[in-house]
Design a protein around this ligand. Structure first.
Ligand code: FAD
Length: 432
């Protein structure tokens, strides 16, 4: 059931008393993290540039240091922007944008994947990073950007979103190439021991080693168990709001009791013809002030109707277009809500996904590694962070950071065979 799955995410990582999927006051780096107040980051992300933000510019001398190039695997264009992230421009690519060569492919742009970029960079290894989400940061960005973390060494307290911004900055000198909004799907091990990975958007990345920093897996929406829902998905059933104006003048059923449901009901109330909020109990898990605002709006305007305590029960419509949503109360009594759109907001759930076909050993949704090197059962594939497991593993960001360093050192001989690696402190080595 969706409710149970939502809890899985929240309790996945011990003791935090309930992940805030939602944004409060914008804080630091507002320029880099544009957000709409009150809306879930995971939902906002697709409204931003769908583009990766990597930097491997074939720069001229005059451009050096001035522009960053970014790859977009979907479109046949290159994009570049100035170093402050403004002034996006486009120009035609050469048709080869979809194939990349790199030393290390990192799957997952959570905190540990980002730190792995740094650790690889310190050993002169270039990295590409793939993430299913439209922005970097993994759980920190998607689940609790505004929560303070207290156990990051050197930071008595740091917001999860701010930590990601710092990690991105720390990785920046090594010019990682980010392929966001796409899942690493297919992996082939080539005869020379290197790898070719294909993403869900058709990018092909060839690498000498792979680091899996996939956390709890790629996040996907929790689907309500309604017969035939697939037919409507993307046409009149949506798990996230990409463009608010698409819902103008529509009759909308919003299902769920968390922040997404409440915040989108408040937001869309301005432009929709009618909003039904379907929830199975009268208590909302959303921020209390938002839930109170919604109750008040429902009491004062005929536009928002609370359909409580009801659950989704069935769909009516044809050719992907809904005409009604059937809801049922706890005794099974049904109600028919005439609607154009259904927005089920039952949270995101992690799925280990394609890794089960990669020949890896998988134990209870985790990948066992050799603790000394973080290498998996497949030579050349390493796992770090939450996805990696070994006896007495502590699923903490700081544990993942140490694993990233171990994996990078273990990968060095694969990238530079025959070259001896002398251990040098960063204080002696400095940055490139
Ligand atoms: C509410 C909450 C509070 C927490 N508080 C703390 C705390 O105080 N201290 C602490 O140390 N830890 C805390 N944690 C745990 C911490 O967030 C995790 O340990 C950390 O995020 C793990 O980082 P990661 O990089 O390994 O994975 P994640 O952050 O999970 O990132 C993995 C990324 O990989 C991507 N991915 C997975 N599979 C694929 C694929 N096939 N293709 C493309 N992309 C893929 C996912 O989309 C995701 O973005 C907390 C967690 C939660 C939920």
């Amino acid at each position: 059931m969706p409710e149970r799955e939502i809890r899985q995410i929240i309790y996945l990582h011990q003791r935090e008393g309930g992940a805030r999927h939602f944004l409060r006051e914008p804080r630091q780096r507002a320029d880099k993290m544009p957000r709409q107040r009150g809306l879930a980051r995971a939902e906002i992300a697709p409204q931003r540039h769908q583009i990766a933000r990597p930097q491997h510019p074939p720069q001229t001398r005059g451009q050096r240091g001035k522009f960053f190039f970014v790859f977009n695997d979907l479109r046949e264009r290159w994009h570049f922007r100035d170093s402050y992230g403004k002034n996006w421009r486009h120009f035609k690519g050469n048709g080869m944008e979809n194939t990349y060569q790199t030393d290390v492919l990192i799957i997952g742009a959570g905190p540990v994947g980002l730190f792995a970029v740094f650790e690889c960079g310190m050993l002169k290894m270039k990295a590409h990073v793939v993430d299913n989400l439209d922005e970097i940061g993994g759980q920190c960005s998607a689940l609790y950007p505004e929560k303070p973390i207290f156990d990051i060494p050197g930071y008595p307290e740091i917001m999860a979103g701010e930590l990601i911004a710092r990690l991105e900055e720390q990785a920046e000198p090594f010019r990682p190439v980010y392929h966001l909004g796409q899942q690493a799907e297919k992996m082939e091990k080539l005869a020379d021991g290197t790898f070719r990975v294909t993403t869900s958007r058709g990018a092909v990345i060839c690498a000498k080693a792979i680091i899996l920093a996939a956390g709890a897996g790629a996040f996907g929406p929790n689907r309500p168990p309604l017969e035939g829902i697939e037919e409507y998905e993307g046409k009149s059933v949506f798990y996230m709001v990409k463009r608010r104006r698409d819902f103008e003048g529509k009759k909308i059923v919003i299902a769920g009791g968390g922040d997404s449901a409440v915040d989108w009901a408040l937001s869309l109330a301005d432009i929709a013809e009618k909003i039904y909020v379907v929830h199975r109990r009268d208590k909302f898990r959303a921020a209390p002030d938002s839930a109170a605002r919604l109750q008040k709006l429902a009491a004062e305007s005929g536009k928002v109707e609370m359909v409580i305590p009801y659950q989704l029960h069935g769909l009516e419509g044809a050719d992907g277009q809904l005409s009604a949503v059937i809801v049922a109360d706890l005794d099974g009594a049904e109600r028919r809500l005439e609607t154009d759109i259904l927005l089920p907001f039952f949270g995101l759930t992690p799925q280990l996904g394609p890794f089960s076909d990669w020949g890896l050993e998988i134990a209870h949704f985790h990948i066992p590694v050799d603790q000394a090197t973080c290498e998996t059962a497949v030579k050349g594939i390493f796992a770090v962070g939450d996805v990696a497991t070994y006896p007495h593993k502590l699923k903490l960001i700081l544990t993942g950071f140490a694993e990233a360093a171990q994996a990078a050192h273990a990968i060095h001989p694969l990238v530079f065979p025959g070259q001896e690696l002398h251990f040098v402190y960063s204080t002696s080595k400095g940055l490139p």
